[in-house]
Design a protein around this ligand. Structure first.
Ligand code: UD1
Ligand code: CA
Length: 459
């Protein structure tokens, strides 16, 4: 059984306003599904038992988080936020610590804020402590009705009087509860409201009626608690999160010419004194070393780039490993399984796939290297092509150390080129070449003098 503090995260709703076939909480934000962030914040704030209430497309959500240790709670019919927590009651039996409740659609919440909320809740010995914010435009949120530091009730927009609607302090949908109190109060909820739902917010008035302490903690920055209900809000949240990612990296020693146009996923690592030009995308499980230069239009996905690498304009790099001091591009494409051992030069319009290049080997122009093992100090001339696919199977090209490949060479795989050989320009290589050899496969040149003049006379 899980140990540690418990949190319930609500994520069963359909997210109607997203107008999407995908559940709302799976929409990505800086490379992670939205739900990832409240889960991470809860964990970082010390809540280790995470219970996620799901309903709409539950299977899809479970699959996306299969690697995480979570308790899934099914809410088959979405009868409201109060009903959602009721569904988790069984899994909280025997738990007596404070209970954190979060919404899956509030992704910018910081772990430090959750810690403050918990400290305040325990200091005040409250039964319910709600996290609130002052919103210049509170439309759509529940309003917090106070009497000094006591919270009397939370009134949903649709149930509010015009006086109540004028209140700008809103419910963020984040709470700390005394577990025993909230579980008993949930039993008393009803659906007598504008939406015909069991409102979790009604437990506040229930606590007041029972003579319990209710408190609110107001966050300084209301953007931290914005709820995502539609795609405009999703884009707004992405801008804020992206800025935070970039700011943290810049404060850690990375330079960005224009950080508003740099798109870096959560968790991507960058070393100090690396310079990022505008319009760069770094996605997934990517790391970039120190002293690198990443020029405009570069897209890197799930790749590891070592120190001192220069990625020139317009390179696309996927699931690849780039060793130290390589220079790549402009406009090179490294497809999955490309491994550059170090000090390699890959020039313009070069494509690589599932191939290893030993140290200092290079392909400077217009080349395709697929399913190949290449040693050190190999030079591929312009227009070298590994013919790796016969229409049915893929075959390997092996090029040993110190080979020089003349321009416009085709290697018809499978083929092996022994070390220190030279392939003459314009050759189609279909057989293995032993070490230290010259291989050439061209028909002798024929010259027919005067041919052009004779042709022209006829027509
Ligand atoms: C809720 C609050 C409102 C608060 C706002 C903050 C209530 C009644 N209202 O309103 O005071 O200002 O959040 O963003 O609680 N969910 C379920 N099961 C359900 C219904 C909802 O799991 O039956 C989940 C949703 O997936 C979502 C969260 O609960 O993650 C909030 O639900 P939503 O319908 O978005 O509530 P709001 O109307 O935004
Ligand atoms: Ca909401």
């Amino acid at each position: 059984m899980n140990k540690g503090l418990a949190a319930v995260i609500l994520a069963a709703g359909k997210g109607t306003r997203m107008k999407s076939a995908m559940p709302k909480v799976l929409h990505p934000l800086c490379g992670e599904p939205m739900l990832y962030y409240p889960l991470a914040a809860a964990k970082q704030a010390g809540f280790k038992q995470l219970k996620v209430v799901i309903g709409h497309r539950a299977e899809q959500i479970k699959e996306s988080f299969a690697a995480e240790e979570l308790t899934w709670i099914e809410q088959t019919d979405q009868l409201g936020t109060g009903h959602a927590l009721m569904c988790a009651a069984d899994s909280l039996r025997g738990y007596s610590g404070p209970l954190l409740l979060l919404c899956g659609d509030v992704p910018l919440l910081k772990p430090e804020t959750l810690q403050q909320l918990q400290n305040y809740h325990s200091q005040q010995k409250a039964a319910v402590t709600v996290l609130t914010a002052q919103m210049p435009n509170p439309h759509g949120y529940g309003r917090v009705i106070r009497d000094g530091e006591r919270v009397l009730s939370i009134v949903e927009e649709k149930d509010a009087s015009s006086d109540q609607r004028a209140v700008t302090e809103i419910n963020t949908g984040t709470y700390l509860f005394d577990t025993a109190f909230v579980l008993s109060a949930l039993k008393g909820l009803n659906k007598n409201n504008a939406q015909g739902e069991y409102y979790l917010t009604d437990v506040v008035a229930a606590a007041v009626a029972a003579g319990q302490t209710t408190r609110a903690l107001c966050v300084d920055d209301p953007t931290e608690v914005m709820g995502i209900n539609d795609r405009c809000q999703l884009a707004e949240a992405e801008v804020l999160m992206r800025w935070k990612i970039n700011a943290d990296l810049m404060l850690g020693g990375v330079s960005m010419v224009d950080p508003t146009t740099v798109y870096i996923d959560n968790g991507v690592e960058l070393g100090v004194d690396t310079l990022i030009h505008p319009n760069v995308h770094l996605h997934g499980q990517t790391s970039i070393g120190k002293n690198c230069i990443i020029e405009t239009g570069v897209v890197v996905v799930d790749s590891q780039v070592a120190d001192g690498v220069h990625l020139k304009a317009g390179c696309a790099i996927e699931e690849s490993q780039i060793g130290p001091a390589c220079t790549i591009g402009p406009m090179a494409h490294l497809r999955p399984g490309s491994v550059l051992k170090g000090s390699n030069k890959i020039g313009n319009f070069v494509e690589m796939k599932k191939s290893v290049l030993g140290e200092r080997s290079q392909a400077s122009h217009l080349t395709y290297i697929g399913d190949s093992e290449v040693g050190q100090n190999v030079n591929f001339g312009c227009g070298t092509i590994t013919c790796n696919y016969d229409g049915v199977n893929k075959h390997k090209t092996i090029v040993e150390d110190d080979v020089f490949v003349g321009s416009d060479t085709q290697f018809v795989a499978p083929v092996r080129i022994g070390r220190n050989s030279l392939i003459a320009a314009g050759s189609t290589i279909t057989k293995d070449v032993p070490p230290d050899s010259l291989a050439l496969s061209r028909v002798d040149q024929k010259v027919i003098e005067g041919w052009r003049l004779r042709k022209q006379k006829k027509s």
